[in-house]
Design a protein around this ligand. Structure first.
Ligand SMILES: [Ca+2]
Ligand SMILES: [Ca+2]
Length: 215
C-alpha cells in the first residue's frame, strides 16, 4: 500500500477507535463478554441508592405511568449486577415494584436482554410490549414456570430495531415486593460506526486504485 494511503487508513482506524473509546468513557458503558462485544449494559449500579431513574443514561430514557417512577434500589441477590436494580412505584412513596416501566431507546437497538428480579409468582407475571421502529410489534408474556429461579433472564433478541419497551401488567405476590429489573443489555443499531467503516473501505479502494494505476 502507498505510504500516504497507509497513513490515512491507519489514521482513520485510529480516530474510529479513539471515538469509540471516548463514547464508551463518556457514557459509562460497559463492554460485556466477547460474544456481546459493543453491547451497552445499563446496570444502575453507578447511581446513588433511591435515585429516580429517568434520563441518566444517554442510550435510554426510563419512565412509568402517571404518578409513578422507577427507582434504583438495593436488593440482595444473585444473578444480576450488584448492588442496584430498578423498581417501579408511586413517586415520593415506597416502591411497590408492580407499576409500569417504560424504556425509550435513543437509537433503535438489537439483541435486547435483561433480568426480571425476585419473581415469586408462577404463571404469567408481566407483559412486554415491544416497539420496532416506533410501531408496536408484539406483546410477549413473562411466564414463570414452577421450579424456575427467582431471577429470570428475559431474552427479546428476536426483535430488531427496538425503539421502546413497555413492561406492564405486573403480577406478583404482594407480600413479595413485586418484580424488579436489571442489566438492560442491547446493541444500538450501528450508525456512525458503519459510516466510518464504509469510509475506511472507500479510502482503501481509492488507495488500491491509485497504487495500481502507478504501476
Ligand atoms: Ca444492577
Ligand atoms: Ca417478588
Amino acid at each position: 500500500m502507498h505510504y500516504s494511503c497507509a497513513r490515512s487508513v491507519s489514521g482513520l482506524l485510529l480516530s474510529l477507535l479513539v471515538a469509540a473509546a471516548a463514547e464508551f468513557t463518556a457514557t459509562g458503558l460497559c463492554l460485556a463478554v466477547p460474544a456481546m462485544a459493543w453491547a451497552t449494559v445499563i446496570t444502575f449500579d453507578d447511581l446513588p441508592e433511591g435515585t429516580t431513574v429517568t434520563n441518566q443514561y444517554a442510550e435510554a430514557m426510563f419512565s412509568s405511568s402517571a404518578g409513578n417512577v422507577n427507582s434504583a434500589l438495593f436488593v440482595a441477590g444473585s444473578a444480576y449486577s450488584q448492588p442496584y436494580i430498578i423498581c417501579s412505584g408511586p413517586a415520593n412513596a415506597e416502591a411497590n415494584c408492580i407499576e409500569d416501566t417504560y424504556i425509550d431507546f435513543t437509537l433503535p437497538v438489537n439483541n435486547l436482554t435483561f433480568w426480571a428480579i425476585l419473581v415469586d409468582t408462577t404463571g404469567v407475571v408481566a407483559q412486554f410490549n415491544i416497539y420496532e421502529n416506533g410501531a408496536l410489534a408484539a406483546s410477549e408474556p413473562l411466564n414463570k414456570e414452577s421450579g424456575q429461579p427467582l431471577d429470570l433472564l428475559v431474552d427479546l433478541s428476536a426483535y430488531t430495531n427496538v425503539t421502546r419497551l413497555e413492561i406492564v401488567n405486573i403480577v406478583d405476590n404482594p407480600a413479595e415486593n413485586g418484580i424488579g429489573w436489571d442489566s438492560f443489555t442491547f446493541e444500538p443499531v450501528p450508525e456512525p460506526g458503519s459510516i466510518g467503516l464504509l469510509g475506511l473501505g472507500l479510502l482503501s479502494l481509492a488507495c488500491w486504485r491509485r497504487v495500481s494505476a502507478n504501476r
